[in-house]
Design a protein around this ligand. Sequence first.
Ligand SMILES: *Cc1c(COP(=O)(O)O)cnc(C)c1O
Length: 409
Amino acid sequence: MKKSGFTTLALNVPYPKNDPHKSLQIPLYESVAFEFDSAEQIEANFKGEYVAHTYSRASSPTVEYFELKLKTLTQSNGVLAVSSGMAAISNTILAISKSGDNIISGSQLFGHTLSLFQQTLPDFGIDVRFSDLKDSGKLEELIDKNTRAIYFETVTNPQLEIADIEMLSEISRKYGIVLISDSTVTPPNVFNAGKLGINIEVFSATKHISGGTAFGGVVIDHGNYDWRLNPNFKDFIEKFKDNAFIAKLRKNIYRNTGGSMAPQTAKFLIQGLDILELRVEKCYQNCLALGKFLSSNQKVKKVGYPGLEADSRNFLAKKYFSGIPGTIMTFDLESKEACFAFMNKLQIVRRATNLNDNKTLIIHPHSTIYAEFSEEERKIADVRDTMMRLSVGIENVEDLISDIKQALS
Ligand SMILES: *Cc1c(COP(=O)(O)O)cnc(C)c1O
């Protein structure tokens, strides 16, 4: 049989038909605990001989189906759903490293990831070393025997820089360390991380996967790392073999730190996956149209979107992301005042801090997300006070263009 397309596959991942009504959607199992038929059965469950859900902090049927759907769509070894993108990142790092270890990270990061790496993890003895990921020499210099991972974002925000993934994969393989990507802005319908040598992928499902309807996070194990190379997995290798990473997360980190996904959230995210490809494609078409419109407007000084042919990163966008390098763009007006005046005139585009929402959202990063940074730090991060970030949604493109046009005039 021919390999199914993304949406066909998403709509046809089977679920257990225990429901007497033969519901065509998996029901929402909004229950804390699950019942057993006998004392013997519950004993067998706790011994690991009879597999069933027991308590929803550990696992629950609706969340499990969301994980299965994503596992099928990414053809990965294992998927864990958690309460937020930050929970996905922190759970992953806590599973891979312990006090005395270090990880290496790109320096352009989502703000709270940066804060986790600079402030929270060092308090627990995990050192994060930042590097320009384009400089392979510097990267290798930072690696020592306690380095457990290289961490990067597929497309950084708001700089929209794209890493050299093959180089990162080669270095991580050479030193036997895990390569982790935050792929939030490049969802699985446009990006095949496992094929490029990424071992663990984390996502904020809050973004494209939910479309702005629910909070969630995802950890994906691509099954391409030998966990015997990391001493922190020695208690899990023998019993769980290739599943050592997900097993450690489930039986230790995730269950014990309590960042589980709510069943109701999983229901939103299941629907999000069903229509992910449609929404991302629409956002992308809108992005291209808006990028071209803005590029040709005299008041606009600069447009950043790697999806545009004229953008210097366009070849990487094509190489890694099927030409769809996320659906966020930046553009500059002549001054901060001009940006604020423009933003205040918008009627369809919303002023809000989320991204990859179904709605088109705008923000002025310099005065908001980067408000606590020094001018020097903003300069290093290339966050200008003349720049706005536009996260493009699925509205009718003519409506978006006419809104932007009137706000520019
Ligand atoms: C939003 C975001 C996160 C954090 O996700 P939450 O769901 O808000 O916790 C992490 N990484 C990136 C790239 C993000 O955009």
